[in-house]
Design a protein around this ligand. Structure first.
Ligand code: ASP
Length: 324
């Protein structure tokens, strides 16, 4: 291509791109984390957000907007101006399980967002306070069956990952604990470490350091294989509960109507973050699973969200749970 043709082509492309998208981002971008600081969604958002900010030449500022199992911050994102300056880190709860639990939810995960991309897969672990008597999953199941209502289950609010995955777990072992909601599993983990609550089902990135430090115990990981980040923790299959298989994920979304050019810039920055060895290592050291390269685009995430809503709706209806 001659230089003249290349220049002409660039001019045509520039003319087709709205002015705001050409100069985007011209100021810091807010990434809403719909849970408290220190939990898995917050950790993943900060790790990828830091690298994305460098690619975009503008800082990504994390704003924790916690409440109602993540649906408060997600609603705020859906209603924000679609100018690329408000985006969010959602997950399997906010964009999968929540609609079935909140009949009056003010957003539709499949319609009110422009998907940006998957950030990380997050296997679920069943973890307990250090001093809880059962030493393995089989003992825990027997213990829970005898006095399940006396056990305290921590979670991040109705519709969160820790709530939905614990619903499944409790149903599969036939126990009904007292539920203790938090604004995220960051604060829930603090109380698990100090022994104020008994157990929780949480995303791996929140539990690896505590398990390694011996400040909590992990009964099992609910995936077909063990995690390289916690090689000593058995799978649910190995631990005697093969049917409990569940993994979660965190992904980034912009409000519906955000221009395709801006979404492409954000998606490209997310991909560069995931391709960066240091950023990738920070995620995988915590047990995060990097998405397959073919699954790192907005179109794939759009299809996946629809599948997740379809997957969780009957499960939650069957459990007879609702937030309202
Ligand atoms: N892991 C949490 C959940 O259960 C939320 C958080 O990231 O704090 O949904």
């Amino acid at each position: 291509m001659t230089l003249r043709i290349a220049a002409a082509l660039a001019a045509v492309l520039a003319a087709a791109t709205p002015a705001a998208a050409q100069t985007y981002p011209a100021k810091p971008i807010t990434m809403i984390v719909p849970f408290a600081a220190g939990g898995p969604t917050d950790i993943i958002a900060r790790i990828v957000g830091e690298h994305m900010g460098r690619t975009l030449g503008q800082q990504i500022v994390i704003e924790n907007v916690a409440g109602a199992g993540g649906t408060t911050g997600t609603t705020r994102t859906a209603q924000a101006a679609p100018d690329g300056y408000t985006i969010m880190m959602g997950h399997m709860g906010t964009h999968g399980a929540a609609p079935a639990l909140y009949p009056k939810l003010k957003y539709d995960p499949t319609k009110d967002f422009e998907p940006i991309g998957m950030a990380a897969g997050t296997p679920i672990l069943i973890v307990a306070k250090k001093g809880l008597a059962p030493k393995d999953l089989k003992e825990f199941v027997a213990f829970a069956k005898q006095g399940g209502d006396k056990l305290n289950l921590a979670h991040a609010g109705i519709g969160s990952v820790s709530h939905a995955t614990a619903l499944l777990f409790n149903a599969s072992i036939g126990t009904k604990p007292t539920s203790v909601p938090y604004k995220g599993t960051g604060p829930a983990m603090n109380d698990l470490v100090s022994g104020q609550v008994d157990y929780m089902c949480d995303q791996i990135v929140n539990v690896v350091e505590q398990v390694k430090a011996g400040s909590i115990k992990a009964y099992a990981i609910a995936t077909p294989d063990r995690s390289p980040a916690l090689p000593d923790v058995p799978t649910t299959k190995e631990a005697g509960l093969p049917d409990y298989q569940v993994s979660a994920w965190n992904a980034m979304f912009a409000p519906k109507g955000t221009s395709p050019e801006i979404v492409a810039k954000l998606s490209d920055a997310l991909n560069k973050a995931l391709a960066d060895p240091n950023t990738a290592k920070r995620l995988t050291d915590l047990g995060g699973v990097l998405p397959e390269p073919a699954n790192r685009n907005p179109a794939w995430l759009k299809g996946y969200v629809a599948q997740e809503v379809a997957r969780w709706t009957p499960v939650i209806k069957a459990a007879g749970e609702t937030a309202e």
